[in-house]
Design a protein around this ligand. Structure first.
Ligand SMILES: [Zn+2]
Length: 396
């Protein structure tokens, strides 16, 4: 309740100011007493959780003062707006809506004041998930210079939620014009989402959009991966390799995500030696379990299990890793003679495997949200490109 009283201070201050202003003109005492009485009654209703009665009283009180022209329209408007916001902040959005709608409909306020009321009304609708109604209000506000930026940002939130990616791209482009950024991750991700939502086989159009993504965010790994997918569909493996290897420069945290596609491309070209060279280069640049495992697999295919096993043993001696340990035990099992020793290894392998399956493979670097698959937008904090593979983060 202390918090409530604190939030009500602006309203009290508005009344106090009003009282001060009026004192020279009228018999202040009577009005002051009346207002104070009504105000105290309203606060008491709030404190005793009779919020409906409180809202009715405040609205009635403000309406009456307005009719009697006893309060300046501006301070009254601000007081009502604050009251509405107070209710929304307390989660009582239906009451906030009633107040903000009354302000929006009132014939006594200026056009600018009504725009403010519309902005708060849109926030109320956002809070309760009435996105279409919020959208309509924000579309109106986009044409008003003072409200445009906030309205565009909120429209972008709406279109991301409703997955209307063409509209999201349009809004994000407008925002980028107002505030140019060197690395516009949000716009780049909107382009990628748009490409993935397209029901067309038109690779040229998709490529053009993905190039735009790279233009606004040159480190957009997702755009490179999507471009490589288009290349692979067209069996243009050299170009796919170029796009996939670009990930190492753009953001090495994601290198594990492209290794299987990269290996496939090199295999198609019969150039697995070049894949090995790439992995060695990547290994020198980043510490990533997926790179070590891919290298071990390649060694196994080329030089046999013993070579792979030695490689993993070296890795494990440098830094323990559950993923690498799991693969290492597999090699040990393959080598072991039948008996209790081998049975124990099989049991250990199974237990470690279960542990890997149960634990999340990805984590949001912003809010800590953990998940089993890679998402480009965190479902918890809604940030873009903050979910990273744990195989990369463990080394950071
Ligand atoms: Zn997050």
């Amino acid at each position: 309740m202390l918090e409530l009283l604190f939030l009500l201070l602006p309203i009290a201050a508005a009344y106090g100011w009003y009282m001060g202003q009026r004192s020279a003109k009228r018999d202040q005492e009577d009005i002051s007493n009346k207002l104070s009485r009504d105000y105290v009654t309203g606060v008491n209703f709030l404190l005793s959780n009779q919020t409906d009665k409180a809202v009715d009283l405040f609205l009635h009180m403000l309406q009456k003062q307005e009719n009697e022209n006893e309060i300046e329209s501006r301070s009254q408007f601000e007081a009502e707006l604050t009251l509405g916001n107070l209710f929304r902040s307390r989660g009582e959005v239906d009451r906030a809506l009633r107040i903000h709608q009354a302000l929006d409909r009132s014939p006594n306020y200026t056009f600018e004041q009504k725009l403010l009321a519309k902005q708060q009304l849109a926030r109320d609708f956002m809070t309760i998930g009435f996105l279409d109604r919020a959208e309509n209000l924000y579309i109106l506000l986009v044409d008003e210079p003072e409200f445009a930026e906030n309205a565009l940002q909120q429209l972008l939130v709406i279109y991301q939620k409703t997955k209307e990616w063409k509209k999201a791209v349009n809004i994000a482009e407008k925002l980028a014009k107002i505030y140019p950024q060197e690395n516009n991750i949000e716009l780049a991700q909107c382009y990628c989402e748009y490409v993935q939502s397209l029901n067309t086989e038109n690779a040229i159009e998709k490529r053009q959009i993905l190039q735009k993504a790279l233009l606004v965010s040159s480190r957009c790994v997702r755009a490179s991966i999507l471009l490589a997918e288009l290349d692979m569909e067209e069996e243009n493996y050299p170009q796919a390799i170029k796009n996939l290897e670009e990930v190492l420069r753009q953001n090495p945290d994601y290198i594990g995500e492209v290794l299987s596609s990269l290996k496939l491309c090199y295999k198609k070209l019969d150039q697995l030696d070049n894949f090995e060279l790439f992995l060695i280069r990547a290994e020198q640049q980043v510490k990533n379990d997926e790179v070590d495992l891919a290298l071990a697999k390649l060694l196994e295919e080329k030089d046999g299990k013993a070579a792979a096993q030695t490689k993993l043993y070296q890795q494990l001696s440098k830094k323990p890793s559950t993923l690498i340990f799991h693969r290492f035990i597999q090699y040990q099992i393959d080598d072991a003679e039948e008996g209790r020793g081998k049975d124990s290894l099989i049991l250990l392998h199974k237990m470690v495997g279960e542990r890997i399956k149960q634990s999340a493979a990805y984590r949001c670097s912003n809010c800590g949200y953990q998940i089993h698959k890679l998402l480009w937008n965190c479902p918890s904090c809604r940030h873009w490109e903050t979910i990273k593979p744990l195989s990369a983060q463990e080394h950071n």
